[in-house]
Design a protein around this ligand. Structure first.
Ligand SMILES: Nc1ncnc2c1ncn2[C@@H]1O[C@H](COP(=O)(O)OP(=O)(O)O)[C@@H](O)[C@H]1O
Ligand SMILES: [Mg+2]
Length: 306
């Protein structure tokens, strides 16, 4: 598998503590990679290393199949980012702020400014002073600035922090749009599971500097299934009855005498009757939701993520 961005045993040590600890993340072309972790997990430190703002203590970063340490400037042209809150000149307009940035980084021609404003949905507010902007608008202007040089990868460090629900939704729509229409690969960090879940095609969970899971969308969907939990006196006999009498095959024995049935969810009265009539005691039969949240709580050792 060819990745546009991957880290190889990436480590950053501060004093005697690894803020990022042997991290191996893998980002495919065109995907939205959700980098999920609670506060202090090591997300910003990782992103700072990717953007070349701080040096790894150990390990490396590969972009487009090459180790980037020798070619920093070349690869920085292909990546755009917002790290924490983007700063702007409050007394200048959105457009003027972008113009200053364009000159600063040396992009030829002004066409890129209108394009970036258009892409980030800021076209109608381009002549407004930044001091009149909401936080959500500032974040979108931050995205516009990150897009000025037409990067292939966009790195967003907690872009929805502090935004209200409307701002969060707009940011999500913008990211989905950039991904689907412009085919930009996105790395987005967050401490909010449900937010990431609504847009990511892969989720990497970082906990205390370590990657605890990296899961693709399909696996994620499967983790989020509903099921009937049945506590019985004899799991083997119960399983046999389910298969033979009700043609239920999508089930598993999660622990001794506990069955999880993933299909025919409205059939629990029927299942109950069948088991009892065949002398299998039913201690409990309930509809459960095997949520992603439960899964993350397990993955992070019971501490969970907000
Ligand atoms: N410059 C620094 N000096 C010392 N410790 C740091 C520094 N930057 C971050 N850390 C520590 O590294 C850990 C990870 O921080 P950070 O990457 O900012 O986490 P996140 O972005 O996931 O909230 C935290 O424990 C933080 O206190
Ligand atoms: Mg951070």
């Amino acid at each position: 598998m060819e990745y546009v961005l991957e880290t190889v045993n990436l480590t950053k040590k501060y004093k005697d503590k690894n803020a990022v600890d042997n991290l191996n993340i893998h980002i495919k072309k065109g995907e939205i990679y959700g980098f999920l972790g609670e506060n202090g997990a090591g997300k910003t430190t990782t992103i700072r290393m990717i953007m070349g703002l701080i040096k790894p203590t150990q390990g490396s970063i590969e972009m487009f199949g090459e180790n980037i340490s020798s070619k920093k400037n070349q690869y920085l042209e292909r990546i755009g980012s917002i790290i924490e809150f983007p700063g702007f000149y409050p007394n200048l307009t959105a457009k003027e702020n972008l113009e200053i940035h364009r000159r600063l980084i040396g992009i030829q021609g002004k066409k890129c400014i209108d394009e970036a404003l258009e892409m980030s949905g800021m076209k109608d507010t381009k002549n407004k002073l930044v001091k009149e902007f909401s936080l959500g608008m500032k974040q979108r202007l931050g995205v516009a600035r990150a897009l000025l040089h037409h990067p292939e990868i966009l790195v967003l460090d907690e872009p929805t922090n502090g935004l209200d629900p409307v701002g969060i939704k707009e940011m999500r729509e913008l990211i989905l749009d950039l991904s689907s229409k412009k085919n930009i690969t996105v790395l987005i960090s967050s401490h909010n599971l449900s937010e990431i879940q609504q847009m990511a095609t892969t989720i990497g969970i970082i906990h205390k500097g370590k990657l605890v899971e990296e899961i693709d969308f399909e696996t994620l969907q499967n983790k989020n299934r509903h099921y009937i939990k049945i506590k019985v006196s004899d799991d083997k006999k119960a399983a046999m009855l389910l298969e033979e009498k009700l043609c239920i095959f999508d089930y598993r024995v999660s622990e001794k005498n506990i069955l999880q049935v993933y299909e025919k969810l409205s059939d629990s009265p029927k299942i109950n009757r069948l088991l009892v009539e065949n002398h299998v005691d039913v201690g409990e039969i309930i509809l459960m939701k095997d949520t992603l949240e439960d899964y993350f709580i397990k993955a992070t050792g019971g501490e969970g993520i907000a």
